[in-house]
Design a protein around this ligand. Structure first.
Ligand code: GAR
Length: 198
């Protein structure tokens, strides 16, 4: 019987994506959310993990950037893929080397637009409004050593109305994230066809 694929989710904040991924794979014989790792003490994702019955581990920025603690833990847990779900640190080289093409991120814009340092969460949607964009979307991509630059796996789009606020866009983006991120992860880790945007 093939081994169950083990996921570690890395998050920094609210954790809606982490929750959606955990719920999607709950009871799945092929894929398991093994642990949620977070890097901000007060991140709400820790509360979500507790409610979901998934272990949450806190590591501060220093442990990520200047030690092998996180990598050792990922190895100990026999993690196969690292999923970034609103994780705002640059992934350190030791983890990228240990997980080649196995670190996956979601970004709330159509990369290469609105990517790079400082472009995360609400900042992205505010920039989209300021630039009078008529569409935006999500990008799911392989992570490399730069912010928001690795190979694109999937994009989905939504329209932006002239009357849309950054909050309105955030709501549309969250719907796309909920609809597609778990399914794209499933396609990648089980080597199945990618979903297509309806
Ligand atoms: C999500 O919209 C995700 O795409 C974004 O942060 C939000 C986290 O929400 N990620 C980035 O901006 C990464 N550059 P969540 O904590 O509720 O899942």
């Amino acid at each position: 019987m093939p081994k169950q694929i083990q996921l570690a989710i890395l998050a920094s904040g609210n954790g809606t994506n982490a929750q959606q991924i955990a719920e999607y794979f709950s009871g799945n014989p092929d894929v398991n959310v093994n642990v949620i790792i977070y890097n901000k003490r007060d991140a709400y994702v820790a509360t979500r993990a507790e409610k979901l019955g998934i272990e949450a581990r806190y590591y501060n920025k220093r442990s990520f950037m200047e030690s092998d603690d996180v990598l050792s833990f990922l190895r100990e847990r026999k993690i196969d893929y690292v999923i970034l779900a609103g994780f705002l640190l640059l992934v350190p080289e030791n983890i990228l080397k240990a997980f080649p093409n196995r670190v996956i991120n979601i970004h709330p814009a159509l990369l290469p637009k609105y990517g790079g340092k400082g472009m995360y969460g609400h900042n992205v949607h505010e920039a989209v409004v300021a630039n009078h964009e008529t569409e935006t979307g999500i990008t799911i991509h392989i992570v490399d050593h730069r912010y928001d630059c690795g190979t694109t796996l999937f994009q989905a789009r939504c329209s932006v109305l002239p009357t849309d606020s950054a909050d309105d866009i955030a709501a549309k983006i969250h719907l796309l994230e909920k609809e597609y991120f778990p399914r794209v992860i499933e396609a990648v880790v089980l080597k199945k066809p990618m979903p297509k945007q309806d």
